[in-house]
Ligand binder design. Structure first.
Ligand code: NAD
Length: 435
């Protein structure tokens, strides 16, 4: 099947490459000419495990192509995926400018009976706006479809190849047939393709992300409470997560969620609910609680340093919003660094994958260290923001020796408080007693 994917970012590139991997002929389109030129040479713009191999193989075998020419990609495609960004606008609603611009561009070049699929995360009602935008330029009959994406950055290829489920909002048999054929190779182990009406599919994506964000935030607040009442969040988490109705995943407390999805999707759902007069008070509270949680590492650092970070040298391990990605959108590290700098601290940071992105965002506002240990040299404290594997089992003696004062603020609860105390560290983590 011929497929076009418009928008070659974290979602579009992965989804396009994975469709090609199962035999579809895929053309990926982007307005970023530099990105497209690099992709034709197999230079991958993002850090995503396993992606380079899939792109390289499928491009070599002629199933995957990259272009800036929308017409070239769309003209004979049976399915056209819109996978461009939907960033928050000033009030937190999803900005549909890119989605609707692409839709009207598609309309001018569409083949009869093509299915225009919205892959981007968009509010309920967007498919109808896409339909109108396509129709404004189209002279042939076509179909619209909502097919939200659930991949996780850092495991995107694996998630795309083996999804838990595929959600498809469709209102025609042609759409159901095309989507069934396209996704059949991905659900061979019996995972479902869930066909539903279009508004339900659009809402499913926001409901899933808001529920995950709520779980994280709930545990963050339980962790904060643990610190006040002398409980340990590790014990509470295993006690709670052993309940089959609750389950163990997504219960680890931390410095607040970030990334390109949870923050914006929680806000967009909140706005949508307000607009239709069905306010979601839980979702509003999740957003506010997460904003607070993102300030906690700074507060803990300040307290551990006797009330002020002014003039201090602070090492930061981890800049990406989570491990296995270079994505720093809404990363808690950005809030921490901003607060440290505003307080007059000097920041020296390390991240295994996100340093290029951090340099682009922060320039020379902070110092970058080539290795995790180099960041510690002469620092007054270390703050751990991202739980990269290489930070999980470091040489603690070497850490203590490198730091000017052995203070560790651990936003990911990577180490045992009793051991850290024995080794002479002042150690603070989230929701756990200091030994
Ligand atoms: P991204 O910013 O990484 O990529 C978007 C791409 O679209 C960019 O390369 C940009 O140049 C391109 N683009 C913008 N306007 C264009 C146009 N008119 N024509 C062609 N290309 C255009 O975004 P992303 O992270 O891939 O997210 C895309 C969508 O998928 C968003 O709605 C997001 O919410 C959703 N989503 C993202 C994830 C994730 O983990 N990143 C997961 C699920 C869903």
């Amino acid at each position: 099947m011929k497929v076009a994917v418009v928008g070659t970012g974290y979602v579009g590139l992965v989804v396009g490459a994975c469709f090609a991997e199962t035999g579809s002929e895929v053309t990926c389109v982007d307005v970023d000419a530099g990105k497209i030129e690099r992709l034709t040479r197999n230079v991958i713009p993002i850090f995503e495990p396993g992606l380079a191999e899939v792109v390289e193989r499928n491009q070599r075998e002629g199933r995957l192509a990259f272009t800036t020419d929308l017409a070239e990609a769309v003209t004979d495609a049976a399915a056209i995926f819109i996978a461009v960004g939907t960033p928050p606008d000033e009030d937190g609603s999803a900005d549909l400018t890119h989605v609707l611009a692409v839709a009207s561009g598609i309309g001018a070049h569409l083949a009869a009976d093509a299915v225009v699929v919205t892959k981007s995360t968009v509010p309920v009602g967007t498919a109808e706006r896409v339909r109108a935008a396509v129709a404004s330029r189209s002279t042939v009959p076509f179909h619209v479809c909502s097919n939200p994406e659930f991949l996780k950055e850092g495991a995107a290829v694996e998630d795309s190849m083996r999804p838990d489920r595929v959600v498809v909002g469709a209102d025609s048999q042609r759409t159901r047939d095309v989507m069934t054929e396209l996704y059949a190779p991905f659900v061979r182990t019996g995972k479902p393709i869930l066909f539903m009406d279009i508004p339900s599919a659009e809402l499913t994506k926001y409901a899933a992300n808001a529920m995950l964000a709520t779980r994280i935030t709930f545990m963050n607040e339980i962790a904060n409470l643990c610190e006040k009442v002398g409980a340990s969040v590790d014990a509470v988490r295993s006690g709670v997560g052993s309940d089959a109705r609750i389950g163990p995943s997504f219960l680890f407390p931390g410095p607040g969620y970030g990334g390109s999805c949870f923050p914006k999707d929680v806000q967009a759902l909140d706005r949508l609910a307000d607009e239709v007069g069905s306010p979601m008070r839980v979702v509003s509270a999740v957003h506010a609680a997460n904003e607070f949680q993102k300030t906690r590492l700074f507060t803990l650092t300040e307290a551990a340093l006797g009330g002020s970070t002014t003039g201090r040298r602070i090492a930061v391990w981890g800049l990406a919003f989570k491990p296995q990605t270079d994505d720093m959108r809404e990363s808690p590290a950005l809030v921490l660094i901003e607060m440290l700098r505003a307080a007059g601290a000097h920041v020296v940071a390390h991240d295994p994958a996100a340093m290029t992105e951090a340099r682009r965002r922060l320039g020379d506002a902070i110092e970058f260290a080539d290795t995790a240990y180099a960041a510690l040299a002469g620092a007054d404290a270390l703050v751990i923001v991202t739980d990269w594997n290489e930070y999980r089992h470091p040489n603690l003696d070497r850490m203590r020796t490198a730091l000017r004062t052995p203070i560790v603020i651990d936003g990911r609860n990577l180490y045992d408080p009793a051991r850290m105390a024995r080794l002479g560290f002042t150690y603070r983590s989230i929701g756990r007693r200091s030994a």
